[in-house]
Write a protein that binds this ligand. Sequence first.
Ligand code: FEO
Length: 404
Amino acid sequence: MYCYRKVTDDYYWVGANDHRLSLFENIYPIPRGISYNSYVLLDKKTVLFDTVDWAVSKQFIENVKAVLNGRDLDYMVINHMEPDHCANIEEILLRFPNVKIISTEKAILFMHQFGFPIDGKTQIVKEGDTMNFGKHTVTFVSAPMVHWPEAMVTFDAKSGVLFSADAFGTFGALDGKLFNDEVNFDRDWLDDARRYYTNIVGKYGPHVQSLLKKAGGLDIKYICPLHGPVWRSNLAYFLDKYDKWSSYTPEEKGVMIAYASMYGDTESAAQILAAKLAEIGVTNTVLHDVSNTDVSYLISDTFKYSNIVLASVTYNLGIYPPMLDFLNDMKALNVQKRAVGIIENGSWACTSGTLMRKFLDDMKQMTVLDEQVTMASALNESALNDVDALAGRIKESMELDLTK
Ligand code: FEO
């Protein structure tokens, strides 16, 4: 049975939700599921904006058919060619053989690479091109690397609708509530939105900044992303989050402490540091055990907080593997402009602190604090003084503006 929702004017949401997938892109845990958003315009011409993942094809096709209500489909606009959105291109071509596909040149190349039978059925558009479908005229705006190179977004000035592709998306299934004002986004969605952005698009901050600049010149009333809620109010809230994330500006003054501990001594040092921070008034802190926290959550909090502490045991004369994995992800995702404190541990040949510092020195605009704590197996009274010094320096560094 169909399940669609009207967005505005002549636009309808025809997407679907998936609670069965455990790992998005076969890597990111999605305990709250995921939505794949697709939209239909009913005008003089009929237009489908993107499709959905193969896993939810049945629901999607029922929705499209129900909204079209017997009409043929004239156009299919493909803003993004990643398979979670384009998997149903061939299914649409089979059911609506007269449909014309509108997309960028690179996206059409990708359609050939993925093996879709599109010869003679495509129309290439580029930055600033427009198309009229009757009452509605849309403009195509290129959005390379948000999140793939072929991506574009599409804007309808009459309705103020922006089809934003992966931008402004989030993990989490909609479960009936399509609009941002139908959910408590700040309470229930923001963490997943941040985790989605930072892990999937986080590397491409400058490209997102450039898209935000283009969007700044448009009178946007609706943001229709490919995942998560449609925005129709308080757009400034989410635009501000995107501005912060894509410029690597912390959302909050606070400390994310990530520890790698084999037998509890490094964990104990992390706990003691958190306690000492609280004693001097720094309470906006979170602790994560890198061995049992998926790295996507660590990355998300790295973007959220101004300060990071890395506490790691030495392992095989190197950095403990889950901590090294976190560091590699930070570097890959272009994390920058953070103050970082280091706690190292090793029963013999303690190297993890030196190695983590070197790793961070190779990243952009990372301020590594001098007040490092070195433990030989476990904290002793002397090292405890160093934890005090580190806590004090972290508090001081929270006042620095590292975003310049
Ligand atoms: Fe949801 Fe980059 O695809």
